[in-house]
Design a protein around this ligand. Structure first.
Ligand SMILES: [Fe+2]
Ligand SMILES: [Fe+2]
Ligand SMILES: [Fe+2]
Ligand SMILES: [Fe+2]
Length: 270
């Protein structure tokens, strides 16, 4: 394990190159052979852009220089080939991040890399889903044993909480002193909450319901987590298809709490 700044910068620059490579390949695939999954793949590329930004901020905090050299894009002739290479890219990224988590001693950098792995693992699941749909397999839907109203009520509570979180983080990012911490600032947190809001809102729309924004529920991160854990428990009994999404959000929330609790620039210190 290393606290050596230069060595950490070297490892994080390998991760930046991987993210850059993924961005260029995914965008190219979304625009060409994989256009039928274009919007979804572009969303994944946007996650990779945020990862690149967090890594670059961390490298600068460690007094290094982010490596933004352009990776070569390998052309893919078919959708199948593109999805196979994207699946492989996610597997390689996950393995590399895990190696770097084991090699880097700074706790904050480890937590950030772990937060990125949460996204990469979900990307892998999504790319597998695109490939399976390509082969005509069903898209993981299960029949609900509970009423639609019950499900919609639970999801609506999450929508109301997430919406308040978006507003709260946006407000502090507009008026607050920008806290400089590794990885995420309040604007990033607001963006995370917007994504959660969007994902849960989509699930409500799948039930034929439209999310409401009026009845805001203002809670702390801890109670947001409690609500998610409650909904997860319910989903594990009767809405299994929601579990991967809920797990991704719960891990995001966990990192939000960790990174808020941290006191700024502590990287590189033993
Ligand atoms: Fe990434
Ligand atoms: Fe990814
Ligand atoms: Fe959230
Ligand atoms: Fe949150």
């Amino acid at each position: 394990m290393t606290y050596d700044r230069r060595e950490q910068v070297r490892l994080l620059n390998q991760d930046i190159i991987g993210e850059h490579d993924a961005i260029l390949h995914y965008l190219t695939h979304a625009w060409t052979v994989a256009y039928q999954f274009g919007p979804q793949i572009e969303q994944i590329a946007k996650d990779e852009m945020r990862h690149l930004k967090w890594l670059a901020h961390t490298i600068v905090a460690l007094q290094g220089v982010p490596d933004l050299s352009t990776p070569a894009v390998i052309p893919r002739a078919s959708l199948e080939e593109a999805l196979e290479s994207d699946i492989n890219a996610e597997k390689v990224a996950i393995a590399q991040y895990k190696e770097h988590i084991a090699a880097i001693a700074d706790r904050e950098v480890q937590d950030l890399l772990q937060r990125i792995v949460v996204d990469e693992e979900d990307h892998l699941r999504l790319f597998h889903g695109f490939r399976d749909r390509q082969h005509g397999k069903p898209w993981g839907q299960e029949n609900s044993s509970e009423s639609v109203n019950d499900a919609a009520g639970k999801l609506q509570l999450l929508v109301s909480i997430e919406y308040q979180q978006v507003i709260g983080y946006l407000f502090s990012s507009f008026i607050g002193i920008h806290r400089r911490s590794v990885g995420m600032d309040d604007e990033d947190r607001a963006i995370d909450e917007m994504k959660h809001l969007g994902w849960i809102g989509q699930q409500m729309a799948n039930l034929g319901q439209s999310p409401l924004f009026g009845n805001a529920v203002s809670v702390h991160e801890e109670s947001e987590m409690t609500q998610y854990l409650n909904v997860r428990k319910w989903a594990s009994e009767c809405q299994h298809q929601l579990l991967p999404l809920l797990d991704r959000i719960i891990q995001h929330e966990r990192y939000q709490m960790q990174s808020i609790a941290s006191d700024g620039w502590t990287v590189g210190k033993p």
